[in-house]
Every structure is written in structure tokens, then in C-alpha cells.
Design a protein around this ligand. Structure first.
Ligand code: HEM
Length: 417
């Protein structure tokens, strides 16, 4: 366990492996004001649940990106050249949140995602076809990034040939939760403005020629008062679908491969197991390596959480990643267990009104992705162990920079037996 006084969750070594620090926080200070940043961190499962359900006290009306800085020049640049973002889903509270949420809920229901299985399977197979003959792959670039980005591009109804732009815009929009300095923030803002211009054009196209895709649905949608979404609201929703659906699923796929390689006994159980075991494995990946490590709320009034007083106006980070390893809820919490009975209690997709819109889609991408990779590749191994210890420096999202894997194609391996 780490010493409480030495804990600094935004320090680069701790970002790389935060789990011992989370344990100390859960034990000694489950509602903790970090002296280095001034914001609060909630790390115990029951307390994260309590806070997330009290949306009147723990409000989402903050700009996740600005929670660690926010230079005035960036706001000015948006004012001059871009479109100021409306507060829609992730940064809205009920009742405004409910209005927007009801419009996007229809996009990724369980039924709709079930209907997408064949289509997701096809993309998974095409991606594997692209590298299987090589016997090695940089898994992040050639599988984990492409799968979710192809799918969200198709769903939004924009060409896959624009994928690199998507990726750049998505990266520029990802909340970091660290002060990266004015120049870096301005560079990110310019990319976001490019994204806005691109989608404003696509929105105009849909207005003149309606299309049966999510973008078309959003342009045609009407709020309760009969008014259509304006450009700023549309951009805010599209940006969230693009960002929330990309980096997160990418990170889950890469983290899952590492967990499999590091736990050969569990891999054997998974290979011998059924679809239910595979679904449990997906929950375990989200529990152990929560790709969204934690998100901010701001307190609307003085409050008490877990016996600790928090003043009004405080930034509070609800740490899903720490709650997901709470020994009060999960037995032997640091271990991967593909037969864990309560794996589904993990809260990597959040809880309550903001529960992830894309959870069903992400689960299906993971399920079909891992299942097919294990069917088609044998003897999957790391090219360099160092890859597993190099995550992006990001306080909000946790993800590997790269993951070089070697393997034998399963068909060839069997034929040689
Ligand atoms: C493994 C992949 C994913 C993870 C771990 C994840 C995680 C999360 C979490 C923790 C939240 C809660 C936000 C909060 O409480 O403030 C959230 C919300 C959201 N997610 Fe995901 N997500 C994933 C994939 C996706 C996908 C594929 C999409 C879209 C296609 C998506 C779209 C959204 C949106 C729009 C919200 C905001 C919902 C709201 O505020 O009502 N996510 N996600």
C-alpha cells in the first residue's frame, strides 16, 4: 500500500500504475482532497454510487476538458473561429439532460446492437485478414483503433476514408484532466474547430437530403417543444459519440489482450468456455482496466460524503477505476476471474442517468473482437513487455500507446499438428 501523504494521482509514475494508490485511498481517505490539484477523489464503490445518484448535489455541468486549466485564449479562439459547444449529454443535468438523452437512446439499444452483430463480425474479420499472414501486429493501430472508429463512422454516415481526420479530432477532444499548457491546448482547439466545420457541412447536407443514419436521425429529431437541435447542440452530441465511442473501446480492446497474455490460466478457461465466459471476461476487462478511469462532477452546495465535508463548488472526480477494485464488493479484486459471479457489478460505464449510451455497442465490439481473435490466432504473445507499461499520460482515460503482438494463425497451427 502507498503512504497517503505521498499520493499524487496526476504524477506520471502513479498514472502508469495507480492501483496501489487507489487501495490506500479506499482504506484511508475514500473522499480525498488532493493537495496537488485541489480537486477531490472518491474511490470507494458505495460512495461513488451515492454521489453519482445525487445529480442535484454532484452536477455534471462542467467542461470535463477544462477541469485542469482552460486557457482564456482557447475560449477566444472558439468564439472567433468555431462554434461554442452547447451542454448536452455528459455535461448536462436533468431535466435538460433527459431531453437530449431520449433522442440518442434510440441509436444504440440492445435490439439495434443485436441487429449489428453480423456487420461488426465482418469488420472484425476484415481487420484480422489485414495482418494475420504477418504473424505479428501492432494491435492498437491495426485493430483496436480501427474497429470502433470504422463502426462509429459508418453509424454517423460519413466515409471511412476520413478515418485519420476522425482519429485526430477525437484525440484532440479527449479530456485529459492535466494542465498541458497553452500552446498544446490551442493546437487541440484548432483540430476541434476543423471537426466542427466538417460536421456543420455534413449537417447541412442532411438538412437538404435526409439520410437514414444517426446524423440524419439527429438532424430530423425534435425536442419536446417541437424545435430541432441547433448546430451547437448537434456538434456537442456528435463530438461525444465520436470521442466517447473511440478511445474508450480502443483502450478496452488493448487492455483485454494484455490481461489474456498475463493470465494464461484464465486464457485457457476462456478458450474452453462458452459465450457467457467470454461476456464475463469483457466485464472483467472493464472492471480491472476501466478505460474511463474517472469523471468530474461539481458540487452545487456544501455536502457530506462518507463523513467528509465537501464545500460547494468543489471539483469531484468519481473514480470508477478505484471503485471497480473495491474489496468490499469484489473478492480478490486485483485478479482476473473469467468465472467471477458479480463481474457485471463493475461500473466502468458509469451509473445512473449518465450511464454510457454506447455500452451495448462497446460490449458487442469487445465480445466479437476477443472471441474472433482467440479463434483465429494461437500462441499470442508480447513482442516487448515494455509496451504494457507505457500508457498515455491522461488522468481521465487509461490506454496503452502501442501493443506489439506476435502469434501463429490458428488454421496454420492446426494444419501443422
Ligand atoms: C469500453 C468502452 C466505453 C466505456 C468504458 C465508456 C464509459 C463511459 C462512462 C464511464 C460514461 C459515464 C459518464 C458520466 O457519468 O459522466 C459514459 C457516457 C457516455 N458514453 Fe460511453 N463508454 C464506452 C463506449 C462508448 C461508445 C461506443 C459510445 C457511443 C457510440 C459511447 C457514448 C457515450 C455517451 C454519449 C455518453 C454520455 C451519456 C450521458 O451523459 O448521458 N460510449 N461512457
Amino acid at each position: 500500500m502507498t503512504d497517503l501523504a505521498s499520493i499524487n494521482l496526476v504524477d506520471s509514475d502513479t498514472l502508469e500504475c495507480p492501483f496501489p494508490a487507489y487501495r490506500t485511498l479506499r482504506e484511508q481517505a475514500p473522499v480525498y482532497r488532493m493537495p496537488q490539484t485541489g480537486f477531490w477523489v472518491v474511490s470507494r464503490y458505495d460512495l461513488v454510487m451515492e454521489a453519482v445518484r445525487d445529480t442535484a448535489t454532484f452536477s455534471s455541468q462542467i467542461n470535463q476538458a477544462s477541469s485542469a486549466g482552460g486557457h482564456p485564449e482557447v475560449a477566444a479562439l472558439f468564439q472567433q473561429e468555431g462554434v461554442p459547444f452547447a451542454s448536452t449529454l455528459i455535461s448536462a443535468d436533468p431535466p435538460e439532460h433527459t431531453r437530449y438523452r431520449s433522442l440518442v437512446n434510440r441509436a444504440f439499444t440492445a435490439g439495434r446492437v443485436r441487429g449489428m452483430q453480423g456487420y461488426i463480425q465482418q469488420i472484425v474479420d476484415e481487420l484480422i485478414d489485414g495482418f494475420i499472414a504477418d504473424g505479428e501486429v501492432e494491435f492498437v493501430a491495426d485493430f483496436a483503433i480501427k474497429l470502433p472508429i470504422y463502426i462509429i463512422a459508418d453509424q454517423l454516415g460519413v466515409p471511412r476514408s476520413d478515418m485519420q481526420k476522425f482519429k485526430d479530432w477525437s484525440d484532440a477532444s479527449v479530456p485529459i484532466g492535466l494542465d498541458i499548457g497553452k500552446d498544446a491546448e490551442l493546437a487541440r482547439a484548432r483540430l476541434v474547430i476543423e471537426f466542427q466545420k466538417y460536421f456543420l457541412e455534413r449537417i447541412e447536407e442532411r438538412r437538404h437530403a435526409p439520410k437514414d443514419d444517426i446524423l440524419g436521425d439527429l438532424v430530423a429529431a425534435r425536442l419536446e417543444d417541437g424545435r430541432p437541435l441547433n448546430g451547437s447542440e448537434l456538434l456537442s452530441i456528435i463530438q461525444q459519440l465520436l470521442v466517447a465511442g473511440n478511445e474508450t473501446t480502443t483502450n478496452a480492446l488493448a487492455a483485454g489482450m494484455v490481461l489474456l497474455i498475463e493470465n494464461p490460466d484464465q486464457l485457457a478457461l476462456l478458450r474452453a468456455g462458452d459465450d457467457k465466459t467470454m461476456r464475463t471476461f469483457c466485464e472483467e476487462v472493464l472492471r480491472l482496466e476501466a478505460p474511463v478511469a474517472g469523471l468530474f462532477r461539481v458540487t452545487t452546495r456544501d455536502t457530506v460524503l462518507g463523513g467528509t465535508e465537501i464545500p460547494a463548488g468543489a471539483l469531484v472526480n468519481l473514480r470508477w477505476a478505484a471503485a471497480n477494485r473495491d474489496e468490499r464488493v469484489f473478492e480478490n479484486p486485483d485478479a482476473l476471474d473469467v468465472c467471477r459471479r458479480n463481474a457485471g457489478a463493475q461500473i466502468g460505464f458509469g451509473v445512473g442517468v449518465h450511464f454510457c449510451v454506447g455500452a451495448m455497442l462497446a460490449r458487442e465490439e469487445m465480445f466479437l473482437g476477443f472471441k474472433t481473435l482467440l479463434r483465429r490466432l494461437d500462441n499470442i504473445r508480447l513482442v516487448s513487455e515494455a509496451d504494457t507499461r507505457a500508457h498515455h499520460a491522461n488522468f481521465i482515460l487509461r490506454g496503452l500507446k502501442q501493443l506489439r503482438l506476435a502469434f501463429e494463425p490458428a488454421e496454420a497451427a492446426r494444419a501443422a499438428e
